[in-house]
Write a protein that binds this ligand. Sequence first.
Ligand SMILES: *[C@@H]1O[C@H](CO)[C@@H](O)[C@H](O)[C@H]1NC(C)=O
Ligand SMILES: *[C@@H]1O[C@H](CO)[C@@H](O)[C@H](O)[C@H]1NC(C)=O
Ligand SMILES: *[C@@H]1O[C@H](CO)[C@@H](O)[C@H](O)[C@H]1NC(C)=O
Ligand SMILES: *[C@@H]1O[C@H](CO)[C@@H](O)[C@H](O)[C@H]1NC(C)=O
Ligand SMILES: *[C@@H]1O[C@H](CO)[C@@H](O)[C@H](O)[C@H]1NC(C)=O
Ligand SMILES: *[C@@H]1O[C@H](CO)[C@@H](O)[C@H](O)[C@H]1NC(C)=O
Ligand SMILES: *[C@@H]1O[C@H](CO)[C@@H](O)[C@H](O)[C@H]1NC(C)=O
Ligand SMILES: *[C@@H]1O[C@H](CO)[C@@H](O)[C@H](O)[C@H]1NC(C)=O
Length: 647
Amino acid sequence: MIHWRILSVAAGTLLYAVTSCLGATNVVVSGTPSHAVPSTLYGQMFEDINSGDGGLYGELLQNRAFQQVTPGTTAALNAWHAVNGATLNVIADSNPVSSSLPNSLQVSFPSGDNAVGFSNEGFWGIKVDSSWTYTASLYYRFPTSSSFSGILTLGLQNSAGQTVASSSVPIRGSQRTWTQVKVTFKPSSSQSSTNNRFVVTINNTSSSTQTINFAMLSLFPPTFKNRPNGMRADIAEALVEMGPSFFRFPGGNNLGQTVASRWQWNATVGSLLDRPGRVGDWGYVNTDGLGLLEYLTFFEDAGMEPIMAVWSGYALGGTNLPENQLAPYIQQAKDQINFVIGDPSTSAPAALRASLGHPEPFALRYVEVGNEDFFAASTYPYRWKDFVGNLSAIFPQLRFIATTNTFNPIISPNPLQYDVHVYQTPTWFAQNSFFYDGFQRNSTTYFEGEYAAISTNSSDLFGSPATGRLLFPTMQGSAGEAAFMTGLERNSDIVFAASYAPLLQHVNGSQWTPNLVSFDAGSVIRSTSFYVQKLFSLNKGDDYLPSTLPSRTGTTFWSVTRSRSSGNVIIKVANTASAVSDLTFQLPFNTVASSGMLQQLHGVQTASNTPAQPNAVVPTTSTIATGRTLNFSAPGFSVSVITVKAS
Ligand SMILES: *[C@@H]1O[C@H](CO)[C@@H](O)[C@H](O)[C@H]1NC(C)=O
Ligand SMILES: *[C@@H]1O[C@H](CO)[C@@H](O)[C@H](O)[C@H]1NC(C)=O
Ligand SMILES: *[C@@H]1O[C@H](CO)[C@@H](O)[C@H](O)[C@H]1NC(C)=O
Ligand SMILES: *[C@@H]1O[C@H](CO)[C@@H](O)[C@H](O)[C@H]1NC(C)=O
Ligand SMILES: *[C@@H]1O[C@H](CO)[C@@H](O)[C@H](O)[C@H]1NC(C)=O
Ligand SMILES: *[C@@H]1O[C@H](CO)[C@@H](O)[C@H](O)[C@H]1NC(C)=O
Ligand SMILES: *[C@@H]1O[C@H](CO)[C@@H](O)[C@H](O)[C@H]1NC(C)=O
Ligand SMILES: *[C@@H]1O[C@H](CO)[C@@H](O)[C@H](O)[C@H]1NC(C)=O
């Protein structure tokens, strides 16, 4: 009733495939690993696309320092509002708080008292949690001396205008130079709505009008691992929950729309007063409060390694620098890398790192040269040559990742790492789980640095939700990605890393859907694709066990790995169609436990986790009967991980 065919698998091992006439697909698993699964296989890709400021970065105030805005305009007052009759204006301060922050908020307080001032709406709201101690701070000065003596209050108000937290300090009109006020407060009660505001008011203006300048205002909740100027805890915890091995940063499409507005490491370190901010590639201001040191500290706290990009002479807006103008940018890339790994006794950027509290080098192995330079492929050959030529001479231990299409154009030195990106339909992902099987095994390796099922309409991939663009990952898309990922595992002798993209979206302000994790001011939504990433990452295994190949044109895909420490065999199955798929795995071990663990994500084709239904589809864990012959029925649109002890 069964017939045998000989199939070859990626790593060159010969295996016998079995097709059962009874309907179950027979999968013969080899006990001999073909290759180790790299520890770096699963990680995360980050670029600030409405997700650093107002997202991962813990700061709660929007437009906190009036960076990169035009003084005198309404737009400069974005997110700020007058309270009780004050007049607000953003000015180019004649005596700014710092040269990097030239603008101030000038507030006129009318005479007549009381509690007059201004508020900030946060990033589409501010969460008020009575278990949190908030840290609020600002700088102020009186542009003209006065005899004023009063009280400055910083606090939180709910949507009804009630003060739910505050702290006050005395201030005097004789204060002509910038002085910082820093207070902490704890709300008296939590608010179910995030429609709350940060409010700054002044009392005792009854006798006369007062004008006060404010700069660099800030409000922080407790952060991930309690780092000052750190990450928003619930978002960071969701990211860490996936067990990512690496974090690609700072972009992605955030390295620079123009040469002048490119991401520059040195503009993101040191005092927040020394960070001018920049207009990011997605058209809004990046505060750069989430700077190079904050990223690196987060990676250490989260147990991830960086895959760090350097700007490589091409701006997304279309500027390609000629070769004879590259030198200062290569120098800046050197400095950036030295800040991360240099020796403080010989390198000024490394000495700066030490002075900021981290004398030891950070871990860094991978440097990406640009981003998506297939958009500027004609100039990449000399840019790649000059950047890699110079940087590898100083940092021979680093591995440089090229960002053009693979082998097109041919560049020198021959890249040993390529970053490959694909945004496609669920069906494309299922049908391309063999994408890497045909690649030559010759020491060129691949980083699947951006991939996601983003639309069900192949002729309108980047279009609107009306024609199939997904707002949130769906079970169909996530199962397709999982099918593709079984192929990444099979080919992980040459695929060293992979990351879904983009990582994060604020549901009230985003420019790209879908994303792995969504959030608003108060909560975090883990998508079906997030759970797929987590299932694969936490059940990666150490060695790949070749098995009967799935059909290239089929709809069910699998991969098998083994953990060295536990001896567990880990079987991952993605069913990308609606029909149940029956599989029988033949495990070539003397002893296979009679029961194992089944983790499964399963839902209807269009099922999504959304703000309204954040837990519509979550993984379940159950016990499954196992043995040397392991029978498994994969439900339609499901991703399953079976873990079984074997020896
Ligand atoms: C400021 O004035 C308001 C209104 O009169 C009052 O409710 C509030 O308690 C005063 N704040 C301080 C700190 O005195
Ligand atoms: C309020 O202003 C009056 C008149 O200038 C002053 O005497 C008093 O000390 C001020 N109160 C505070 C709390 O500063
Ligand atoms: C960063 O360094 C570059 C030179 O590499 C310099 O032109 C720029 O002004 C610096 N920016 C800041 C904010 O220090
Ligand atoms: C270093 O960069 C400079 C400037 O682009 C270039 O002229 C030189 O050839 C590069 N050196 C190496 C070793 O690639
Ligand atoms: C590996 O093979 C590809 C495709 O044939 C080729 O373009 C590339 O240069 C090779 N890599 C190395 C390191 O030889
Ligand atoms: C797919 O996109 C194309 C191009 O926008 C559109 O004409 C077509 O109607 C879409 N198909 C579906 C099923 O929405
Ligand atoms: C944010 O988006 C959610 C979900 O769409 C919506 O319910 C809420 O009203 C929005 N909040 C703001 C401040 O726009
Ligand atoms: C799987 O099914 C086969 C055929 O029905 C049976 O012999 C085997 O015992 C089953 N395996 C387990 C673990 O139940």
